[in-house]
Design a protein around this ligand. Sequence first.
Ligand SMILES: Cc1cc2nc3c(=O)[nH]c(=O)nc-3n(C[C@H](O)[C@H](O)[C@H](O)COP(=O)(O)OP(=O)(O)OC[C@H]3O[C@@H](n4cnc5c(N)ncnc54)[C@H](O)[C@@H]3O)c2cc1C
Ligand code: SF4
Length: 261
Amino acid sequence: GTPTVGKQVAVIGGGDTAIDSARSALRLGAEEVHIVYRRTRDEMPAHGEEIRAAAHEGVQLHYLMAPREVVVQDGKAVALVCDQMTLGEWDSSGRRRPVKSEDAAPVSLEVDTVIAAIGQRLDRTAVCVGVEGGKVCTDPLTMATALPNVFAAGDATPGPMTAVDAIADGHKAAAAIHSFLSGEPLPAPRIPRKTKVAAEVLAALEAAADEEIPATPAALIADAERTCSFCEVELGYTADMAHREASRCLHCDYVMVEEEA
Ligand SMILES: Cc1cc2nc3c(=O)[nH]c(=O)nc-3n(C[C@H](O)[C@H](O)[C@H](O)COP(=O)(O)OP(=O)(O)OC[C@H]3O[C@@H](n4cnc5c(N)ncnc54)[C@H](O)[C@@H]3O)c2cc1C
Ligand code: SF4
């Protein structure tokens, strides 16, 4: 079913999930949406274009604020109290650690809904296979776990946490399960092909790779329509825009070699 939110929403976190939560809250009818992040915009892991889009839609971003307490009255949230922070020493994530500011008073945001968007972790009680670093250990070629006949893929396993990676892992696991059940050998692992191209094509590609062409922005739906539905905000490309975008070098490191004469 469709989740419900109150009129004043606070989202805790600085990643893409926090931005998605805030923009979704607006679309679900919230009148005021705040994002509370304990570092500054520079350290925010969310994509810049997502942050800009959220701000454009009216999401209020509060930097250097860390949640201290959700104030509850009659079983309902009425405020989120936050400590003001400053940036301290560098930590192992390569970012400066947020530390509580001693001389700034806590800030209270009047909200009736608080959404924590600060990451996810494996539910260890639901997993009976080896776990290391919070992830299910798998053979990277077959996605087999240490438990016979059990395979794992996606966010629960090591590696990037995106839909396309979960699907790729699923493909690997499906092939391995087929081979396991049918007795057929495992398919050879996919190795990036070296595409052979003519010398002049290679030279043109190398020149293109050196040229930094900015991304082509897509047309957007009208501002007034953005937050009253879950319609896609970006309208996509015309054929010309798509050609321009496809001609940009994305530095994918796909290997091209010169054709032998
Ligand atoms: C807000 C948000 C935005 C995202 N945006 C993007 C994006 O734009 N692009 C992108 O590529 N990726 C995005 N991701 C990441 C992407 O959603 C995940 O990487 C992907 O869904 C992982 O797939 P999965 O199958 O491993 O896990 P999931 O899609 O999480 O599926 C796991 C399933 O297992 C079920 N489950 C859990 N525990 C049990 C249990 N004990 N018993 C039975 N079932 C159980 C869950 O209900 C769920 O249906 C986003 C993630 C979030 C949270
Ligand atoms: S996008 Fe990839 S394949 Fe295309 S020119 Fe750039 S590095 Fe080469």
